[in-house]
Design a protein around this ligand. Structure first.
Ligand code: ADP
Ligand code: MG
Length: 723
């Protein structure tokens, strides 16, 4: 008898075990049983041979009429052809290299034969059918009952392991299975009326009917969600037990002065989230919060308020931004919004003022030394930076809060690297403008508290988006350039986005990954800008921006654009995230089909940030009705980031949704689909939280601890840390 941890060698023998290890990476009985069927084939009611149609899955009762083995034409091997008849017609069954079946398949014997009807040389046939011969004198009716109406698992075959071979091995393993412990707490199992683990595994691989298979699948899917949520709940519980310095907001400090000087009223949502953040910061355990919100919903202000609260109570805050363009912009915004409050130590600075400094990879050595010193002494209450913030030379006097903007651009190590620069666990606020569906958030960011900003500030006009098919309607593209001229004439500004920097530069890896190789000629910034300048946009102030410019050039261009000294910015996706120039009202995206749905939504979020309406044109050469075109139409039809991110996620494979490493064949998420299994994840999360609350160390559930250990050991769970 076998347990789930028994090595396959001991159940199936050496050769088969080896084949299974190379084929599907299975070493133990559990590994093998986790190779779930893709679907089931039903051996249906008996069919007359005369009515068979190609591609039907059929079961017939027939008598063997002739048997014939011959060598394969021009190749090694034999073919066994068995012709059967049911009186209504004849049908041929073929087996390759299985001449040994001749011993059983003798003329005159009756049997049941099942398979998919194929056609060869205009003759219908079944290749490698399942069959069961009926022993002479046996009860034909009961043989039929047993054979037909059965649900046969179909497995994804790999290499040398066809589905039927896998089915055989799995059936043997299921048969050998002893009484096995069930890690799912019985109370939870009974509550959901799930089968035991043993039943579930047996039913999934060998159901008597589809409802059995379904209930097995439910249970095993629940297991996946439950274990994951349990890990997250435990992690959250541990975080809650860490101690951090409480940073309660102080009356009469920077935060209050900032609120008074704000040129606008906070939205209802901003106020609510602001309160959540402030009360988190006032706790003596670290805040661990994700702020997600629609593009342009005003997350930056909330980050600034959180940072000021921390500065007010004597600590420092670091703001990590994914690009230099964005880091520079944050510095400009802060300086503008803080005014004298941000000029601490300087003449004319306010009494309780602080200093804001910027650390990036490409600043000069002198200015870098200056910034480092301000951070280390604590004179800079707020330190903004790119990845450079993580370098060893950067130290803080008392880092109390880490804010990560556009967190999806960073890995866990980077976030943790910055956190490690604090003496005590700092508070953490991560922000993302790619709103994701709730269950995905719960799964990826399960150990974070989530705040969501759904509304845009009052007075925003919706962005209108159109798709322009530049091949079918070239006139529309000319019209698009003319529209830019009109916007500029009204005193507004525009972006033109292209997928690559120069004719020779590759597109970015993400795009290759999503859309395959970029063999098609793609528009480049360096080619497009002079063309526009000499042609349709002549006389306008056109500038270019991309990642390969040095930091001075980037800063100069971006701030010139922000101050309205540039009319049209021709750029790569470096402006995708965060860039905020409210006077820009129009965007044209070239080769828009090269970008993902959420990415397009992010990009166009650069316009329509002020009180004038925004216009975004998606230019494409993709065929009408192509999936690329449909994707673009979807973006044009909706301004709802949540809906679009769902569309985006639905197009990815599950591993990519969760960011699981691609090699994760051993990943324990096999059945769970975070978009589809929303209610199941809800249930599992609730159960997991209740359990951790009553028994944080799971001391009453040793089997569960074992099971969690197995998952944690699996390297592919790093997605859990994505927060
Ligand atoms: P995102 O959430 O995409 O990061 P930002 O924080 O950059 O958005 O804010 C977008 C713009 O909206 C900025 O110009 C900001 O100053 C402005 N803004 C933020 N909150 C409000 C508000 N309550 N009323 C009006 N404008 C606001
Ligand atoms: Mg932002």
């Amino acid at each position: 008898m076998a347990s789930l941890d028994t090595k396959l060698v001991n159940v199936l023998g050496d050769r088969t075990a080896k084949a299974l290890e190379t084929g599907i990476g299975a070493k133990t009985v559990m590994d093998l049983l986790r190779h779930y069927p893709r679907r089931y084939e039903v051996r249906g009611e008996l069919t007359d041979i005369s009515t068979l149609k190609p591609n039907d899955d059929v079961t017939i009762l027939a008598e063997i009429f002739s048997v014939n083995v011959r060598p394969l034409h021009g190749r090694k091997g034999t073919i066994l052809e068995v012709v059967v008849t049911d009186g209504s017609a004849k049908l041929s069954l073929t087996f390759f290299n299985q001449a040994w079946r001749e011993r059983d398949l003798r003329v005159g014997r009756q049997g049941l034969f099942a398979g998919k009807v194929g056609e060869f040389n205009n003759k219908r046939q079944l290749a490698h059918p399942d069959y069961e011969l009926i022993t002479d004198g046996a009860d034909v009716d009961s043989a039929v009952d047993q054979f037909a109406g059965k649900f046969l698992p179909v497995y994804s075959a790999t290499g040398k392991l066809p589905s039927w071979k896998l089915a055989q091995c799995i059936a043997l393993a299921v048969e050998a299975l002893d009484d096995i412990p069930d890690f799912l707490p019985e109370r939870i199992r009974l509550n959901h009326r799930y089968p035991t683990l043993r039943e579930a595994l047996t039913w999934l691989h060998n159901p008597t009917d589809l409802s059995q298979a379904e209930s097995a699948r439910q249970r095993l899917t629940f297991d996946e969600a439950f274990l994951l949520q349990l890990l997250l709940a435990q992690r959250k519980d541990q975080l809650r037990k860490l101690s951090a310095t409480a940073r309660p907001a102080r009356l009469g400090g920077l935060l209050e002065a900032f609120d008074l000087s704000l040129p606008f009223q906070l939205t209802q949502g901003q106020r609510e989230v602001g309160v959540e953040i402030e009360s988190d910061l006032a706790q003596s355990h670290p805040m661990h919060r994700l702020l997600q919100g629609e593009v342009g919903s005003g997350k930056t202000v909330l980050a600034i308020r959180a940072m000021l609260a921390v500065v007010d109570s004597g600590g420092q805050a670091a703001l990590l931004a994914p690009t230099e363009v964005l880091a520079q912009q944050h510095l400009r915004t802060l300086k503008k919004l803080l005014g004298p409050l941000g000029e601490g130590g300087m003449l004319g600075g306010s009494d309780h003022a602080t200093q804001v400094t910027l650390i990036t990879g490409s600043q000069s050595a002198v200015s870098r030394r200056e910034s480092n010193a301000l951070a280390a002494s604590g004179d800079a209450g707020i330190v903004i930076g790119t990845h450079a913030l993580l370098s060893e030379s950067v130290a803080f006097h008392d880092l109390g809060l880490v804010v990560v903007d556009e967190q999806h651009r960073f890995g866990v190590e980077q976030r943790d690297g910055l956190k490690a620069k604090a003496q005590f666990p700092p508070h953490l606020l991560v922000m993302t403008a790619t709103p994701i569906p709730r269950t995905v958030a719960m799964t990826i960011f399960g150990d974070l508290d989530v705040s969501t900003l759904r509304e845009l500030p009052l007075g925003r006009q919706p962005i209108t988006t159109h798709v322009i098919a530049s091949l079918e309607k070239p006139a529309h593209l000319s019209r698009a350039w003319a529209r830019i001229r009109e916007e500029v004439a009204l005193g507004h500004q525009a972006y033109v986005v292209a997928p690559r920097i120069s004719a020779s530069s590759p597109t970015d890896a993400d795009m290759e990954f999503l859309f395959g190789n970029a063999s098609q000629e793609l528009t480049s910034v360096e080619e497009l800008a002079p063309m526009l300048h000499a042609g349709p946009l002549s006389g306008l102030r056109v500038a270019i921006l991309h990642g390969q410019l040095n930091s001075d050039e980037k800063e100069k261009t971006m701030s010139a654009f922000a101050y309205g000294e540039i009319d049209v910015l021709v750029s790569t996706t470096v402006i995708e995230v965060g860039v905020d120039v409210p006077n820009a009202t129009m965007m044209i995206i070239m080769d828009a089909d090269r970008f993902g749905v959420s990415q397009l939504h992010q990009l166009r979020g650069r316009v329509g940030r002020g009180d004038a309406a925004g216009l975004c044109l998606l230019v494409t050469t993709a065929e009408p009705e192509s999936s690329a075109r449909i994707r673009l139409e979807a973006v044009a039809a909706s301004n709802d980031g949540f809906e679009l991110s769902r569309i985006d996620l639905e197009q990815r494979r599950e591993g990519d949704v969760l960011g699981v490493s691609q090699s994760g064949t051993r990943s324990h998420l096999r059945l769970l689909r975070v978009l589809r299994d929303e209610s199941l994840i809800d249930l599992a999360r609730k159960d997991a939280q209740d359990l951790v609350q009553s028994d944080p160390l799971l001391s009453h559930h040793p089997d569960l601890i074992q099971e969690l250990k197995k998952i944690s050991a699996d390297e592919s769970v790093d997605y859990i840390d994505k927060g």
